[in-house]
Design a protein around this ligand. Structure first.
Ligand SMILES: Nc1ncnc2c1ncn2[C@@H]1O[C@H](COP(=O)(O)OP(=O)(O)OP(=O)(O)O)[C@@H](O)[C@H]1O
Ligand SMILES: [Mg+2]
Length: 209
């Protein structure tokens, strides 16, 4: 009960802070993966403007340095990439209790949601779009490191690669990685071999799904 009350209070605090600073009205909590919360919001100045806020919560039970590092690595990538099939960031902010960035709201949801009812033609189209986006990321030396259908948003018959929380910007195209990252069911086998692997080829593995 105490836990539930604390959670409700935290949520209320978020709503107040975000509203005050950005003139947003907070709607649904889309996702909660401690210490990250993803909210749908809309502008009080124009109720037709819908956005999403991804907030990294600074919790006393969690190493703050790690949260800041995680957040900065995500926004650093988002600030350098501009592509029609990759999620864009509108702006970011630092607040006393959390760090956050704002992005457009994609109403159709994730690839996970649309996949069961998808026709072959559409799936071929999305595959081509994903290949173009991955090719661009690799050209920018960005390894996403967490490709999965939950991290691909859909809007208006196009894909948008999202969630750069685990991604790396690497010095060269042949830089090897040693650290295993991502979501286990989507991870390529070489990440389990305990020896250096190509972090870009790991993305190609996801495209086989
Ligand atoms: N711009 C957006 N428009 C619509 N829904 C979104 C948007 N951004 C995120 N979401 C929803 O929120 C979920 C979580 O977002 P995101 O993957 O960025 O958070 P995360 O905490 O890093 O996730 P994970 O659980 O993969 O670590 C997405 O799977 C999607 O359902
Ligand atoms: Mg995600």
């Amino acid at each position: 009960m105490y836990h539930l009350e604390r959670k409700t209070l935290e949520l209320q605090n978020y709503k107040e802070e975000i509203c005050q600073v950005h003139h947003f009205e907070v709607g649904t909590l889309l996702h909660y993966n401690y210490p990250i919360k993803v909210f749908q919001v809309r502008s009080k100045l124009d109720l037709n403007v819908k956005k999403v806020i991804k907030a990294y919560y600074k919790d006393s039970n969690y190493d703050e340095k790690k949260i800041v590092k995680h957040f900065l690595s995500e926004v650093a990538v988002l600030a350098t990439i501009h592509h029609p099939f990759i999620m864009s960031m509108d702006f970011m902010g630092s607040f006393p209790r959390y760090l956050a960035y704002v992005m457009p709201f994609y109403e159709d949801g994730t690839l996970t949601k649309v996949l069961p009812s998808m026709h072959q033609e559409m799936s071929d189209e999305y595959f081509v779009q994903l290949c173009a986006a991955v090719n661009y990321l690799h050209y920018k030396k960005v390894a996403h490191r967490d490709f999965k259908t939950d991290n691909i948003l859909i809007t208006d018959k196009k894909v948008l690669i999202a969630d750069f929380g685990l991604s790396d910007i690497l010095p060269t195209e042949d830089t090897m990685a040693t650290k295993r990252k991502g979501t286990v069911v989507y991870m390529s086998p070489e990440q389990f071999l305990k020896r250096p692997f190509d972090p870009f080829k790991v993305s190609h593995f996801f495209l086989h799904f």
